[in-house]
Write a protein that binds this ligand. Sequence first.
Ligand code: MN3
Length: 199
Amino acid sequence: MAFTLAPLPYAPEALEPFIDAETMKLHHDKHHQTYVDKLNAAIEGTERADKSIEELLQSLPIIDESIRGAVRNHGGGHYNHTIFWQMMSPERKPMSAALETKLTQQFGSVEGFQKQFTDSALAVFGSGRTRLLVDRDGDLSIVNTPNQDSPISKGEKIVLGLDVREHAYYLKCQNRRAEYIANRWNVVNREYVAKELKM
Ligand code: MN3
């Protein structure tokens, strides 16, 4: 079964004025579609063709070298973007008390978490992502990853991620990455984060 591009979980204009419809359409319909197409082209006819995207990424270290690069880049791109859309929501629901407590325990305060995540995202050089990860003990950490690398290849779980490649913001914010990062806090899907942390 070839991979397919799922529709956005909300209308492309739903995140306005924080993230514009044109960026969402281009990012989802063109960039994400290209990752899906190139992933499919790479694995078609191979023994990996029937694997889930999670299985593909988790098997990256042992995958055949002839397709490893394509799976890392295009498979990573497909997975990263699939969760990226889900990590945003126009609904702006309040943060649960459990999540607030967790962030406060690990980062001093919710604001402290947001500042650390923002500073990390500002520091990404070139194309990459900032992630909030949870390990097997339930401890949180903020890491930057280059290109389309995905920490799930190393058994870590991503609970919040931010794409800081220029295609994620250049139409609206041009070179002002800080503006994009600030806007994005308004559309974080807090329910998604809490669900992934099982809270
Ligand atoms: Mn992207």
